[in-house]
Design a protein around this ligand. Structure first.
Ligand code: HEC
Length: 739
């Protein structure tokens, strides 16, 4: 995989470095170069292996670009069918098993057909190098041949052609379904294991507000998002004795990044493919399982948190539905659609529940059109939608004048892909809002001086009606995909009520969470994108060449889109008043693509090349603690491998974190010094949690593969770090029994 990825970066760099002059509306006149049989086979292979990210209609979703339409033809017009074939062979599907050469060829023909190229008598070969602009216009073909038209797909797809180099039986199976799932698109089976959680105690509003010490009832454990456990049986002194209690293999495929929930010693676990399980904490025995689906991967296919309230487990699915299961037996209670999956909407994080309302974010909001991104709330008892807050301001609305002259259809982004936090006293829920799309202002069709609300902001919403109480925009006119979407951590100290967050720029922000006033900021890793950060107002000023960047102009950015900080959440360690934060050190060059203002286009639309951060000594991973009162760095440790889990800190003075290089470790919360470590089956990825079952303290963590920049960047700049390409597992650790 490493080689395929290294190659990929080169391929993208080549493609973007050509500086091609684009000729709009150039007629596509050359004779046909593929057959309709090839395109039909290509469609089946595309649906099975590519549609999960690039979407069935080839419209793309977030980082996976559009593969049909004006966005595609702008990039590919002056390149050849062979260039397209070679890029796909070298890089797609990312991190997944390679397909057979003839499958790749047929996928290329399907892409050409969906861009208006006509089929004929001659079959396309891998060696053919026909300029794409001479056969394809970027105009979609008549409805009968479009991806959306039903019934024309070649069924199955097993045994297409002889197995060439790189083919394996599982690749053949993958033609018709997800990897290893047989020839037909797999259908979720619902309740697959029946069982009953004994003596189930419903989770009340009071319990969510003040969780029992041994429970982990929501994203990051408390409404304040501390990722902190008050349990203290595991201490600095005895953590060295920690040992495996049991392990549980999880579904493979997709990105595994879950945070288990624990209530009364029962673990509720989300597997990729939208499969939910209840496991007995002390023994690892399966109690019930519900295959809610879709089993097929959607996007990267991760789901970072689920929720529990009264007698229900409530979660989002990767295809943007919200589902409630009976926590006792796993049967479905209600289901509701958050947004239309066919338009690329998705979810990668679940809800929080506040005063009986299920509050949920949304992902995949980069495609041009009338619809837009929102946060929404639902009645926990019925799933009925109660309110919506649109994260993108349209003309005539407050903030609507911050997008320049862009018509409403072309104001995109504003995703909420990390669950928010909540202050029950103020009754405000706090959410980080993702950047505007496309990533760079020149691609968006406005400038860095167009703030683009509420992108790159914190919003505080009234939990009852979703009304905006205040907003603070961290990066007005965000221009480099340096996202600020992550966790909002709520801390009271010295009489103040604060909110902390940190985004990809690596700036740790401190706000007054009553009114959103800026309190302070601190830089945590090297950055070179802001010439100035005003520590009185919080205003950042971009470097001049970033302000002036045009499409197809490379600019340098430290950090890269891996982020100084990403989804791996920090922990607030209350006893030392310290924020312990997983950080990353890498840089990039980024160049925006030209984007046509046309419904269906959009996307993130930029090319990137990654490199080591100057001064980091090749250490991508950094773990550091900051004083919540002064924002001063208390300690930091660095290592080659990036940290891929959130931090869990505990009252025992121990914090836990895992990394790409398979190490799960416990560090001293006062110094960051490693107190204990163990090596797991593959990269450690997800959210460690601590809980009690049968009176005993446990620590649980998952291994996982897959994901966006936090995986892609180290694959290109630290390719010597190897890990197995399977091994999604839940590991549960304990201290030996006292004699
Ligand atoms: C897990 C998600 C995922 C899957 C599955 C996937 N892709 Fe991609 N694809 C991406 C991402 C992300 C990019 C952007 C890569 C980058 O910018 O470095 C991309 C880029 C591309 C590009 C380059 C487009 C451009 O204009 O730059 C092509 C072509 C492509 N993919 C084709 C495919 C094909 C064909 C398949 C199936 C065989 C596939 N992809 C499967 C995520 C995916």
């Amino acid at each position: 995989m490493t080689n395929r990825f290294t190659h990929h970066v080169t391929a993208v760099a080549l493609l973007s470095g050509l500086g091609i002059v684009l000729v709009a509306g150039q007629p596509a006149t050359a004779p046909p170069v593929f057959t309709s049989e090839q395109a039909a086979q290509g469609r089946a292979a595309y649906d099975a292996n590519c549609a999960s990210c690039h979407v069935a209609d080839l419209g793309g979703r977030n980082e996976a670009p559009q593969l049909a339409g004006s966005g595609f033809i702008n990039t590919w017009r002056n390149r050849t069918t062979r260039d397209l074939f070679e890029l796909i062979v070298a890089t797609m599907p990312p991190g997944g098993p390679a397909l057979a050469p003839e499958q790749y060829t047929s996928i290329v023909t399907y892409i050409l057909q969906q861009n208006g190229a006509a089929a004929g008598a001659q079959a396309l070969t891998a060696a053919a190098a026909v300029p794409i602009g001479t056969i394809a216009s970027g105009e979609r073909p008549p409805a009968a041949q479009t991806a959306a038209a039903a019934g024309s797909a070649v069924p199955g797809g097993r045994g297409q052609g002889p197995g060439g180099a790189g083919t394996s039986p599982s690749n053949a199976a993958a033609v018709g379904g997800g990897p290893g799932r047989g020839a037909q698109a797999p259908v979720a089976r619902g309740l697959t294991v029946s069982g009953e959680v004994k003596d189930y105690v419903p989770v009340t509003v009071a319990m969510l507000r003040n969780p029992p010490p041994g429970d982990w009832l929501m994203a990051r454990r408390t409404y304040q998002a501390w990722s902190y456990s008050p349990l203290s049986d595991i201490t600095r002194d005895n953590v060295k004795d920690l040992r495996l209690a049991w392990a549980w293999s999880m579904n493979e495929g997709g990105a595994n990044q879950p945070m288990p929930l624990v209530h009364d010693g029962i673990i509720y676990l989300f597997n990729t493919g939208n499969v939910i399980q209840a496991l007995d904490g002390p023994t690892g025995e399966l109690i019930w399982e519900n295959e809610v689906g879709p089993i097929q991967q959607v996007g990267f296919g991760s789901m970072r948190n689920i929720a529990i309230y009264e007698d229900k487990i409530i979660f989002a699915t990767t295809d943007a539905r919200l589902v409630a299961l009976d926590a006792r037996n796993g049967t479905k209670v209600w289901e509701t659609v958050i947004a239309d999956r066919a338009r690329g909407y998705a979810n990668t994080s679940g809800p929080i529940v506040a005063r009986g309302k299920v509050i949920q974010g949304l992902q995949g909001c980069s495609r041009y059109g009338e619809d837009r991104c929102f946060i929404s709330a639902y009645d926990a008892a019925t799933g009925k939608q109660l309110w919506k807050f649109y994260t993108i301001a349209q003309a005539g609305e407050p903030g609507g004048d911050t997008w320049g002259k862009l018509p409403d259809n072309f104001r995109k982004g504003g995703e909420t892909w990390i669950a928010g936090s909540y202050d029950p006293d103020l009754n405000l829920t706090y959410w980080g809002i993702a950047q505007a799309k496309p990533w760079m202002p020149a691609s968006r069709g406005n400038s860095v001086f167009d703030a683009a609300l509420y992108a790159a902001s914190t919003v505080a919403l009234n939990a009852d009606d979703g009304k905006l109480a205040w907003h603070f925009q961290h990066i007005p006119g965000e221009s480099l995909d340096l996202d600020e979407v992550y966790e909002r951590v709520l801390v009271d100290n010295g009489g103040g009520k604060y909110l902390f967050n940190i985004g990809k720029s690596g700036i740790l922000w401190k706000l007054d969470r009553r009114d959103g006033k800026f309190v302070g900021a601190a830089e945590t890793v090297y950055q070179n994108v802001y010439d100035r950060i005003d520590l009185k107002t919080g205003l950042v000023t971009y470097r001049n060449d970033i302000i002036e960047a045009k499409v197809e102009q490379w600019v340098q950015s430290c950090p890269s889109t891996e982020g100084g900080h990403n989804w791996q959440a920090m922990s607030y360690h209350q006893p030392t008043n310290a924020l312990i934060i997983p950080l990353s050190q890498s840089c990039m060059e980024i160049s925006g693509r030209k984007t046509d203002l046309k419904d269906g286009a959009g996307g993130t639309n930029a090319d990137r090349k990654f490199f080591e951060m100057p001064g980091s000594d090749g250490n991508i991973g950094k773990l550091a603690a900051y004083d919540a009162a002064t924002l001063k760095e208390l300690w930091s440790v660095e290592q080659r491998a990036p940290f891929l889990t959130a931090v869990l800190s505990t009252a025992g003075g121990v914090a836990f974190v895992g990394d790409l290089d398979r190490t799960f470790r416990a560090v001293d919360t006062r110094t960051g010094a490693t107190l204990w470590k163990t090596r797991l089956g593959t990269s450690v990825q997800g959210y460690p949690v601590s809980f009690t079952a049968g009176g005993k303290q446990y620590v649980a963590v998952t291994t996982g593969l897959g994901g966006g920049s936090p995986r892609v960047v180290p694959r290109t700049i630290a390719p010597e770090i190897h890990h197995p390409n399977s091994g999604h597992t839940l590991y549960v650790f304990e201290l030996p029994d006292r004699r």
